[in-house]
Design a protein around this ligand. Sequence first.
Ligand code: FES
Ligand SMILES: [Fe+2]
Length: 352
Amino acid sequence: MGYLLNTWYFAAWAEQIKPGVLFPRTVIGRPLVFTRRGNGAVSALDDRCPHRFAPLSMGRVEGDRIVCGYHGLEFDGSGACVRNPHPSGKIPAAARVRSYPVVEKHSGLWIWMGERAADPGLIPDFAKLDDTSEGPAVTRRDHMVMDVPYDLIVDNLLDCSHTSFLHDGILGNEPMIAAPTTIEQAGNTINVKRFARNVPPPGMFDMLFRQDGAPVDCWTDFRWDAPSCLLLDVGVTPPGRPREEGTGYFGTHILTPETATTTHYHFAATRWNIRPDSEDEATREKISDLRRFAFEEQDEPMIRAQHRNILMSDPAELKPVMLETDLGVVRWRRIMDQLRAAERAPALMAGE
Ligand code: FES
Ligand SMILES: [Fe+2]
């Protein structure tokens, strides 16, 4: 699937961008370099010097300027060349690097790479990440690069029936297969919901709840916002009881395409109704580790193999069989097609 341009991408966890350090990161196929200036604001520039195209991230920071490591041109946070160290000292008009709007919000750094005006109001709500205390509520703010295209990961997340098979015993189990899938849409935001009644708790939730294996109701609600920002509301409660009597967490799954075939995966979990016997650093780390294990050791190998099969197939053979669990997969792809078509429309009308 192609990229949406006029949207916010989560480029990195804000804590990853440190003063005086050049932070390279490729987003939707464009190499970028991030720096945090003296006043705390972050700038994002193309990571390509306009002289001989060396990556600026291989240079160094001098005050609030980036000094190219190849022949020393210096750039400010807006991407303007502000110093040519060579004899004439002249700064050619074309010596400029593109800079991008960035916003720091919900402990992330969001970047706008489209041509339209950047509207910070369009950043999806991840306020669940705002608690930056050292307490047990928010797990590690984690990141990995998955060797697969981003759209296959969105498909994976929006069809949670896979947890009973791929994450059996940790995040799902056999009795949960019977849970029906429903979908709601408000604007371009969708919620894909599953509700498993009176089932044994999957291992992770047994650990967070009563640790007795007694039956629970388990809900798994996934919110999706374009292009690939997902928030999971998952939890367990005694059968037939309100959710507030149980426990759970909000799982952040924010995907940012790195290239056409690789994806930055940012993830964390924010717990609520934390049971006193699991309110410790060890449990917090265990949740972080278990989630990372599930994504890295279970999801990624499957999606990578799926992608390989797709690449080796004749497109005419790739008419997917549809199941009732595919409601979310069909819907998010339809919304993205509409958004991308709307983005291309002005260009088409201009005869491009
Ligand atoms: S490539 Fe940057 S100054 Fe030459
Ligand atoms: Fe999974």
